[in-house]
Every structure is written in structure tokens, then in C-alpha cells.
Design a protein around this ligand. Structure first.
Ligand code: NDP
Length: 253
């Protein structure tokens, strides 16, 4: 049996920001396995080259810092020149700093905001300039279950992810009329480098399993199906939505 043609994204060019490891790398692998020309992004060229070597198909790398406007503009222009017009952008790069709000330093606040929110604006705007002109494109912003709910010690991160949800809807409002679909993917608790301290905290880890209807932590591969859907023609009339892939956690008390 073959897959339904609505899910065919073979031959598309896709850029995944923050894809040297973790969720970004797994999403890039999923796109590569679906037949896309994939561009990996991060700040460390060696790490990206190593990651690219482990993926199937035609995989390129683009080294730029997603928080820096001029680097983003140059990076996107370079990708389009070297690899071709972007069909799919995944705004995935992100970071987390955990501390009580009363102890949260100004510089850390700006770092979290720049990496998780401003980056999606900068990279999204640069890609959408071209996509809107061509009349098609798919943008998927990696949100979080913390776009909806928050725990102590994580307020700045949750603030960025809540804002990213609204930025997703705003991008949809602005760019939808020009054929660019923008949606979000909201992972639950997924085992990666970012969550390692939480995974290693036995009490917290057990709490996550108990609190998740699916009864386990998420794996990076769990997110691939949702991304492939949002990036495919099957989602051509889906706009401004956040698809939570969290084992059900966001839905239950
Ligand atoms: P990781 O820390 O494992 O990976 C983060 C990636 O982002 C790395 O590839 C890193 O590359 C890249 N990155 C960070 N800052 C920049 C920057 N300024 N410019 C370019 N690249 C950058 O995180 P995860 O894989 O866990 O998370 C990925 C996304 O998923 C994030 O947006 C996160 O908020 C979100 N998420 C994660 C969840 C989880 O449970 N893990 C849950 C919900 C959402 P390098 O350092 O090489 O530049």
C-alpha cells in the first residue's frame, strides 16, 4: 500500500533551525526520510556536519545564529542560493533556563526571549518574504505544552512559548492570504539534552509519567508525524493551529 498523495512532500526544500541535536535533528530526519532536501541549522559547523552525515538523502548545513537579524538575513539568502527556494521552514531552535522569577537576571530574560521568540520572527519574516512572493510555503513553529500551562521556575520560558503561539496565529493572519500556511507543533515532555536535568530527577521524571495519559516521556520521533502532516498538502486548509503532541498531558488535570 502506498501513502496517500496528500501526504507527499518529496522534493520539497526544508530548513529546520536548531537541528544539530534533539527534536530539531529528529524532525530533520523525518523530513529527509519523506524525500525532502533538508538544511540543518545551528551555531557550530562541525556539530552540524556530523549530524548531517547521519541523515539520508541530500542534506546541507547552514551555520547562523537565529537571534541575530543580519546573520539570519544572510543565512536565508545563502540557503536559497545554494539549495533552492524554501518550501518548508521549521522554527525549532530554543533554550530553557530554570530559576525562580525573583532570581531571574535581566540578561537571562533577554536570552530566553531572543532564542525562543525573536528568532521565529526573524527567521520567519526572512523566509516569508520569499514564500509570499512565490505564493506558497509552510511554516511550523515549535511551541510547547508550556504555551498553555506553566510550572514554578519556568515562567520566562512559558512566556516565550505562549507568545510564540500568538505569533503563529499572527503570521497565519498576515501570510495566509499569500499562500503561506503557518501552524505550531507543541511537544510535551520529550527526552533531550534540554530536559536531561528533569529526566535525571527521579521524582520529577516519575511525576511526568504519572501525569501523562500515555504513561511515559515523549521521544523525539513521536513528533515527526505531526510535523509531516503540517508540512504537507493534507494541511493546506489548516492555519494558525497548535498541534499538541504530548501524550495527552495538556488536556487533563
Ligand atoms: P536541545 O537543547 O536539545 O537543542 C536545541 C537546538 O537549538 C540545538 O540544535 C542548538 O544548536 C540550537 N540552538 C540554540 N540556540 C540557537 C541559536 N541562537 N541559533 C541557532 N541554533 C540554536 O533542545 P530540544 O531539542 O529539547 O528543543 C527543541 C525545541 O523544542 C525548542 O524550541 C524547545 O523549546 C522545544 N520543546 C522542547 C521540549 C522538550 O521536552 N525537550 C518540550 C517542548 C518544546 P547549537 O547549540 O549547536 O547552536
Amino acid at each position: 500500500m502506498t501513502a496517500h498523495p496528500l501526504f507527499d512532500i518529496g522534493g520539497r526544500t526544508a530548513l529546520v533551525t536548531g537541528s544539530s541535536r534533539g527534536i530539531g535533528l529528529a524532525l530533520a530526519r523525518g523530513l529527509a526520510e519523506a524525500g525532502c532536501r533538508v538544511v540543518l541549522n545551528g551555531r557550530d559547523g562541525d556539530r552540524l556536519a556530523e549530524a548531517a552525515a547521519g541523515l539520508p538523502g541530500e542534506v546541507r548545513t547552514a551555520v547562523f545564529d537565529v537571534t541575530d537579524g543580519p546573520s539570519v538575513a544572510a543565512g536565508i539568502a545563502d540557503v536559497e542560493e545554494r539549495v533552492g527556494p524554501l518550501d518548508i521552514l521549521v522554527n525549532n531552535a530554543g533554550m530553557q533556563l530554570r530559576a525562580p522569577l525573583l532570581e531571574f537576571a535581566d540578561a537571562d530574560w533577554h536570552r530566553v526571549l531572543d532564542t525562543n521568540l525573536t528568532s521565529a520572527f526573524l527567521v520567519g519574516r526572512e523566509a516569508a518574504r520569499r514564500m509570499t512572493e512565490r505564493g506558497h510555503g509552510k511554516i511550523v513553529n515549535i511551541c510547547s505544552l508550556q504555551s498553555e500551562v506553566v510550572r514554578p521556575g519556568i515562567a520566562p520560558y512559558a512566556a516565550t512559548k505562549g507568545a510564540l503561539k500568538m505569533l503563529t496565529k499572527g503570521m497565519c493572519a498576515d501570510w495566509g492570504p499569500y499562500g503561506v500556511q503557518v501552524n505550531g507543533l507543541g511537544p510535551g515532555y520529550i527526552e533531550t539534552e534540554l530536559t536531561r536535568p528533569l529526566v535525571e530527577d527521579e521524582k520529577f521524571s516519575t511525576w511526568v509519567r504519572g501525569r501523562t495519559p500515555a504513561g511515559r516521556w515523549g521521544r523525539t520521533e513521536d513528533l515527526v508525524g505531526g510535523l509531516l502532516f503540517l508540512a504537507s498538502p493534507a494541511a493546506d486548509f489548516v492555519g494558525g493551529q497548535i498541534l499538541y503532541v504530548d501524550g495527552g498531558m495538556t488536556s487533563v488535570l
